[in-house]
Design a protein around this ligand. Structure first.
Ligand code: SF4
Length: 329
């Protein structure tokens, strides 16, 4: 997909941090949290980004939102009327980007100020960005978005502690949507919730996406959640994307051993499936000491000798299905 067809276009994006001696048990160096990542997020899509904790997915999401430093490569945000180079925006462009691109926080308990009413929590971004002129106009917008997020309007006068986890996440979503963004990063937005509430919030996000024409970057460690909702999935390991495909294709025929291992962790209802999966052993290595060759070779159940020395090419196997493994074919 070209930059013209993307809503968000990421080209060889890197986020590196200098690390002093003694931190993370190492002797200092460069922590490559995101290492030359390229992907395209189509307009109006639900784009999943999955990987274990420590894979760099949260940093990638934040760099796209310009909330983490871009140390290499490019992020472009395109809409009908704008084309922003996210790393090089003017003050006015950044202000507009902050309105159009929002984050839904991971933890609905920590994200909401306990001293503010639900009305004030939802209204705050409107007031900070000066998008409404009168209190009546603000209240009208708050009521409108609260109703879309299926919040009871009676609840707007209450404080967050009065609500359950699912209701608090609805408040977080309403806050993220009140400025009518076009691009939302949802970072582990259902991870802290019970399974039945998760399904409820996922259905809400999907219906809001269609109703408000929003593009989503949905970050999760849980492939089963991503399968439920996403149109495309990128699988991230140790700072890099190792496989990217339309969701159905990825789940029907994963090519990378890491994707297969993540899929095998999803409990299967089919007795014939059990025991045939590739299991993932060990911990993800430190991004300070990335393995040579294929970055997955220290844990890969099918690694061969060349995997420790040769970096696998990132290549397209079929339209839209890309992978980095020597033996993907
Ligand atoms: Fe495994 Fe080798 Fe493929 Fe890397 S290149 S995923 S180590 S088989």
């Amino acid at each position: 997909m070209s930059v013209q067809d993307s809503h968000v276009w990421v080209n060889r994006l890197s986020v590196h941090f200098g690390v002093g001696k003694g931190l993370l048990g190492g002797g200092g160096g460069v922590l490559k949290a995101v290492d030359e990542v390229s992907l395209e997020i189509p307009r109006g899509s639900f784009f999943g980004l999955v990987g274990e904790s420590g894979s760099g997915k949260t940093t990638l999401g934040r760099a796209i939102l310009k909330a983490a430093p871009i140390t290499g490569g490019e992020v472009r945000y395109r809409d009908e009327d704008v084309d922003f180079d996210v790393g090089q925006m003017s003050k006015a462009e950044l202000k507009e980007y902050r309105r159009r691109a929002q984050l839904i926080f991971q933890d609905p308990y920590a994200a909401l100020s306990p001293r503010m009413t639900v009305r004030d929590i939802i209204a705050e971004p409107l007031e900070v960005m000066k998008l409404t002129k009168t209190r009546e106009e603000t209240d009208e917008r708050v009521r409108e978005i609260a109703a879309k997020c299926r919040l009871n309007l009676e609840h707007l006068r209450r404080f967050p502690h009065a609500f359950s986890g699912g209701q608090r996440q609805r408040i977080s979503i309403a806050r993220a949507l009140v400025c009518e963004p076009k691009f939302l990063v949802a970072d582990e937005s259902v991870a802290a919730l019970d399974v039945s509430i998760q399904a409820d919030i996922l259905n809400l996000l999907k219906s809001l996406q269609q109703e408000m024409d929003i593009t989503f970057l949905f970050i999760s460690h849980d492939l089963s959640v991503v399968a439920h909702i996403c149109d495309y999935v990128a699988v991230m390991y140790l700072g890099a994307i190792v496989e990217l495909a339309p969701s159905r294709e990825l789940f029907a025929g994963p090519k990378h051993p890491y994707t297969k291992a993540l899929l095998s962790a999803i409990p299967s209802l089919d007795p014939d499936d059990r025991g045939t999966a590739q299991k993932l052993e060990g911990e993800i290595p430190s991004p300070l000491n990335k393995p040579s060759g294929c970055r997955f070779h220290t844990r890969c159940p099918v690694a061969e000798a060349r995997c420790a020395s040769d970096v696998p090419a990132w290549r397209e196997l079929s339209p839209g299905h890309r992978v980095a493994c020597h033996f993907a074919e």
